[in-house]
Design a protein around this ligand. Structure first.
Ligand SMILES: CCCCCCCC/C=C\CC(=O)SCCNC(=O)CCNC(=O)[C@H](O)C(C)(C)COP(=O)(O)OP(=O)(O)OC[C@H]1O[C@@H](n2cnc3c(N)ncnc32)[C@H](O)[C@@H]1OP(=O)(O)O
Length: 244
């Protein structure tokens, strides 16, 4: 089991992403480890998505390093040979949703206050093609088109209806259920499941691998625009004001 614990809200900072990727690599290379459950140690929050401060007012070199770390995390998780189960025990916007979508199975706490989705459009930014591809592979083209254009965050019951998560369970039963699902998936021979998983995901993974440097350049160009920086600053201010 991997439990995110980066207070206050498990934002995906450069350090967090690097540590996450290294942990995934270690588990992947450990022949005794066939599956991982991903959840959060922070009440009410799975992950608040990419750390916005990493994308504001930093150097071009920093943006490149940060974006490479986001790509690396996704390539490792989406391309993992292990069985991956997300036990979503709180809010899961944007990058947090990407992590859940990259797993093989998503179980969410049945709390309508917890929401999940790719809300990038609400921040004035655009979900990259590989976020979009991952989303489409889970919910299909039509639901993804509407959800991404509107930057919708869905409360848990709605997320279940759309197929964004596979099931809802009472919060106190989340880990028990995740372990049961893991046992069910691990009952199958690894090689057949792994080859099937790879066949289903290969085209989407290969697309980023083939365009990785281009994607970094595109990100730097996009995020460095003054209009985008302004949107992100305003969003951060809005988050801070919400408190007072
Ligand atoms: C190649 C093509 C171009 C690519 C363009 C870029 C594509 C980028 C792709 C993905 C983008 C993202 O992932 S952006 C992040 C999106 N995340 C969100 O919108 C979530 C924002 N946060 C919230 O809604 C809430 O914080 C919460 C629901 C997650 C939790 O609410 P709660 O009330 O419990 O906590 P607070 O809101 O008070 O937050 C506490 C504290 O944390 C700061 N915070 C929250 N989220 C982030 C974040 N994502 N990054 C950085 N900091 C974050 C918040 O400001 C508070 O800070 P202070 O205590 O200092 O006020």
């Amino acid at each position: 089991m991997m439990k995110f614990k980066s207070p206050p809200v498990n934002s995906l900072s450069l350090d967090f992403l690097t540590e996450f990727s290294i942990s995934l690599e270690k588990l992947e290379n450990d022949r005794a480890c066939r599956g991982v459950i991903i959840t959060s140690a922070i009440p009410k929050i799975f992950s608040s998505g990419l750390d916005i401060t990493e994308m504001c007012g930093k150097s071009v070199e920093h943006y490149a390093e940060f974006w490479r770390a986001v790509q690396e995390m996704w390539l490792r998780l989406y391309g993992s040979n292990m069985v991956t189960v997300a036990a979503v025990n709180g809010a899961s916007p944007a990058g947090g949703c990407l992590i859940a979508l990259s797993c093989d199975y998503r179980i969410m706490a049945e709390n309508p206050k917890f929401s999940i989705g790719l809300n990038e459009a609400q921040l004035g930014i655009v979900a990259p093609f590989w976020f979009k591809d991952t989303f489409v592979n889970v919910v299909g083209q039509r639901i993804a088109e509407r959800a991404l254009q509107l930057g919708s965050l869905y409360p848990a019951p709605e997320a279940l209806k759309l197929g964004l998560v596979d099931e809802l369970v009472p919060e106190e039963k989340l880990l028990e259920k995740a372990s049961a699902v893991m046992a069910q998936w691990l009952a199958l021979p690894d090689h057949a499941r792994q080859i099937t998983k790879s066949m289903m995901r290969k085209a989407v993974l290969d697309r980023l691998v083939a365009h990785r440097e281009e994607d970094i350049k595109y990100f730097i160009n996009f995020i460095s625009k003054e209009s985008i920086q302004k949107s992100l600053r305003m969003y951060m201010e809005m988050l801070k004001k919400k408190k007072s």
